[in-house]
Design a protein around this ligand. Structure first.
Ligand code: FAD
Length: 426
């Protein structure tokens, strides 16, 4: 939508082809229905929150940054507000208002929108002229009803593989591959983790706020963060875990030598207390519960549902009187509270992944224009590219920045733009 609106504003005749019955189906779900449009923390924060290929986005972000999307939406009648963590949302708290703003802009700029229309193939011819032998020239797209639509440029913004019910079913990867592009290993990103320890299922639905998670791969720390964790029937989820998942090795989870990496997650249930402070706290709690059984003396320290699990994992007889617990045993329990160990078996699937990691290799795309280096007139934008970021509005910012640059350069490559003849963009 951003690419189409931009190209049309520059005078191109643009057709937006969407296979769903409406625009922005995934956008509607974003930010739990509120759409975290971008992040207002600025350039440094944007690049710090990208997981890969940051340099590729220098031009796109300079061309259209977080302020630019804020201005765009505000002008289009969708006022915004900034919340904790510099996350920007529509003032109305409705993602539908972002979609409505885009729909109005597309209409005002004369973009023709084809809904319920699927692209099934790209059309090209061998490029004439001084280009390297075999370079392609895009000539349009084939629709699933067999019709050909001619175009002097095609911008591929088909998204990734996550939440396939929203229309992101990976079609763009196949189109890109046919045009000669490499697609890097794909995997679910910002996704819950599957955990070996079956006790997680017992805690399904329990949410722990203000815990610290440390994720290690083959013993090497790849993520440490603080926030909210949620137990699920297969493992752990919640904002903290989604962030952690994006720091796992990419691809199929096998290391460089093709061996599956060992992934462990250690949860600190009391990150505000160091070991000494926690030990003193336990001593105090035990003192106040003197004579009671261990299983009945943890109510102030841990959520009720977690207590039986922690007691079991500690190996301490639940009926032991707290005044009989030795210093050594108490310290071992404190250590468990600070380092609750979990074994990561893998991630959940694309159905539950916020984004797709991997995509069309950015090495074969010109970062100053988003044009393919393999096929003239073919442009890319958004999640179909090998780009991904942490939560906080950064993934949509990638889509806005690359979409704007692709829309702009797909038009400016035509000398026709200067002399008044219009390029045709699909
Ligand atoms: C639940 C959820 C919440 C999220 N929340 C946020 C958030 O708050 N902030 C944030 O920054 N990011 C968020 N994201 C990530 C963000 O939504 C994506 O990164 C972003 O939508 C990618 O935009 P895109 O245009 O590249 O792809 P998409 O939004 O996936 O759009 C691709 C479109 O192409 C269409 N399409 C695909 N193939 C074809 C074809 N062959 N023919 C015609 N049409 C086709 C699809 O139907 C789809 O409408 C969230 C993602 C999910 C799943």
């Amino acid at each position: 939508m951003m690419a189409a609106a931009t190209a049309a504003a520059l005078g191109a005749r643009v057709t937006l082809i969407e296979k769903n019955e409406k625009l922005g189906k995934k956008l509607f779900l974003t930010g739990k229905g509120r759409c975290n449009v971008t992040n207002a923390a600025g350039r440094e924060a944007f690049f710090a929150n990208l997981c890969v290929n940051g340099k590729f986005l220098y031009s796109a972000f300079s061309d259209f940054d977080c302020q630019a999307i804020e201005d765009f939406l505000t002008r289009a009648g969708c006022p915004l507000k900034t919340e904790r963590g510099d996350r920007v949302f529509p003032r109305s708290d409705h993602s539908s208002d972002v979609i409505a703003a885009f729909s109005r802009e597309l209409a005002a700029r004369g973009v023709e929108v084809f809904l319920k229309t699927r692209v099934s193939k790209l059309l090209w011819k061998e490029s004439a002229g001084a280009e390297p032998a075999g370079q392609k020239q895009i000539t349009g797209v084939v629709l699933s009803d067999g019709r050909n639509l001619e175009a002097s440029a095609v911008i591929l913004c088909t998204g990734g593989l996550s939440y396939p019910s929203t229309g992101s079913t990976g079609d763009g990867y196949a189109f890109a591959a046919e045009a000669g592009h490499s697609v890097t290993a794909l995997s679910p990103g910002l996704v819950p983790l599957r955990i070996r320890e079956s006790w997680c299922a017992e805690l399904m639905g329990l949410s722990l706020r203000n815990v610290e998670a440390c994720l290690r791969e083959d013993g090497r720390e790849v993520f440490r963060g603080f926030g909210e964790l949620l137990f699920t029937h297969f493992g752990v989820s919640g904002p903290l875990i989604l962030s952690a998942s994006s720091r796992l090795g990419r691809g199929d989870g096998t290391g460089k030598k093709g061996r599956k990496t060992e992934k462990t997650l250690s949860i600190d249930l009391k990150p505000a207390l160091d070991m000494e402070q926690l030990d003193r706290r336990l001593l105090r709690d035990f003192g106040e519960n003197s004579g009671r059984q261990f299983k009945n003396a943890l109510g102030d320290l841990l959520p009720a549902r977690l207590i039986p699990v922690m007691v079991r994992l500690s190996g301490i007889d639940p009926q032991t009187r707290v005044n009989e617990i030795t210093r050594q045993t108490r310290r071992a329990f404190a250590d468990l509270v600070k380092h609750l160990p979990l074994t990561v078996e893998g991630t959940a699937g694309y159905e539950e992944a916020v984004i797709t990691r991997g995509g069309v290799s950015v090495r074969e795309v010109n970062p100053s224009t988003m044009e393919s280096k393999k096929a003239k007139g073919l442009y890319f934008a958004g999640e179909v590219l090998d780009l991904d970021a942490m939560t906080g509005g950064f993934n949509l910012q990638i889509a806005w920045s690359t979409g704007h640059l692709a829309g702009q350069s797909s038009v400016s490559r035509f000398s026709g733009k200067q002399n008044g003849s219009k390029g045709e963009i699909k």
